[in-house]
Design a protein around this ligand. Structure first.
Ligand code: FA5
Length: 348
């Protein structure tokens, strides 16, 4: 058989195989078989060196024509198979729009987050900025810049989880005081900020203590800021969250970074002040620490204590949530029981 006849056969056989193939994979196999390096067309082309000078261009031209025709047939078949497949798939997947919809179960923020959101709304409305810090903090900001040098005995009260000797899980949101003061431009006005977030301590878990809990730090530093401003602000917070019926009391306290320092308590939700196991018979539940920013803390953040002063507080939204909703055990907030958590629907 001459070369030309061989090529004609090849074309005929190829087209027949292509036309009868059932899927894209089979078409691809034909392409490799017919047009690949080890295929018959390549063999013919290789044999061309044995042809006469006159025959060579004619056979070459015809071989190219055969290759082009096979390629076109393969491409067309592949496209038609692919679109047939798509059509079959679309037909199989028709959506019955008349079926009833499935209700979407709507979630809600965690109850502690709801308290934080309320506080953020309240303080934003009073012109405070909201600054969120890192839970992993440097010892320098968590303690030293807050007037707690190494070996200060008050560090023991907040013993915590260290990542390295200089880096720890923050024990309070107070490091944000130093971080915000050192970048604030006081010539443009006072600094008013709150900073919500998680904190960590090696506290033994009980009904009112958790080793991981939340705080919302507050700080106002400017000219002529007084303790009366602090008291007024705390009363607004208490009234907004709990209504007028619960009372707030301030007790003298000690924090190395405030002077004077106070602790604020709110009437126990359970006994309404009579004394019970939850409030350890005192009638009160401690919800925050506060005070006037210590001059050393101002100085360490580059703020002139003779010109500027301010107040700071650190409140516990977990305890706020307990009081607001009468939850007797703080650990309930952290057990992720949907039956418990879904009771606190902020819309309800
Ligand atoms: C502080 O952490 C101070 N940084 C607060 C502060 C800020 C004082 C600014 C002065 C100026 P204290 O350790 O008391 O203070 O914690 C503050 C609040 O966090 C407490 O009133 C309480 O509401 C909450 N809290 C403390 N320990 C726990 C705990 N283990 N579990 C749950 N809440 C806690």
């Amino acid at each position: 058989m001459g070369v030309k006849e061989k090529l004609e056969d090849l074309l005929k056989q190829g087209i027949e195989e292509i036309n009868t193939s059932q899927d894209v994979k089979a078409v691809e196999e034909i392409r490799v078989k017919m047009l690949g390096k080890k295929g018959p067309l390549t063999a013919v082309l290789r044999g061309m060196k044995d042809l006469s000078k006159e025959e060579r261009p004619l056979v070459g031209k015809f071989a190219n024509q055969v290759r082009d025709e096979l390629t076109t047939a393969i491409d067309e078949k592949r496209a038609s198979l692919a679109s047939a497949m798509l059509n079959a798939k679309l037909a199989a997947e028709t959506v019955d729009v008349t079926l009833p919809g499935r209700p979407v179960v709507q979630g809600q923020p965690h109850v502690i987050q709801q308290i934080i959101d309320q506080l953020v709304d309240l303080f934003s409305a009073m012109g405070y900025q909201v600054a969120v810090g890192d839970e992993v903090e440097q010892d320098e900001y968590n303690f030293e810049r807050l007037n707690l040098p190494k070996d200060h005995p008050a560090r023991d009260m907040q013993d915590t989880f260290y990542v390295t000797p200089q880096v720890l899980m923050r024990t309070q949101t107070s490091p944000m005081q130093a971080r915000m003061m050192e970048t604030h431009d006081f010539s443009k006005g006072p600094l008013k900020m709150i900073s919500p977030g998680k904190v960590y301590r090696r506290d033994t878990d009980d009904a009112t203590h958790s080793h991981q809990f939340h705080q919302v730090e507050g700080l106002v530093v400017g000219e002529h800021v007084t303790m009366a401003d602090l008291k007024g602000t705390l009363e607004v917070v208490a009234k907004t969250l709990f209504g007028d019926q619960l009372e707030v009391r301030l007790r003298p306290s000690y924090f190395p970074f405030t002077e004077p320092s106070v602790e604020a308590d709110i009437t126990c939700f359970n006994c309404l002040g009579k004394g019970c196991a939850i409030c350890k018979q005192t009638g009160w539940i401690e919800v925050l620490g506060a005070g006037m920013v210590h001059p050393n803390v101002l100085k360490m953040s580059g703020v002139d204590p003779d010109r500027y002063g301010g107040f700071a507080f650190g409140l516990g939204p977990d305890r706020f949530a307990m009081i607001k909703y009468g939850v007797e055990d703080i650990r309930d907030f952290y057990q992720n029981d949907v039956r418990f958590l879904s009771q606190f629907n902020q819309k309800g």
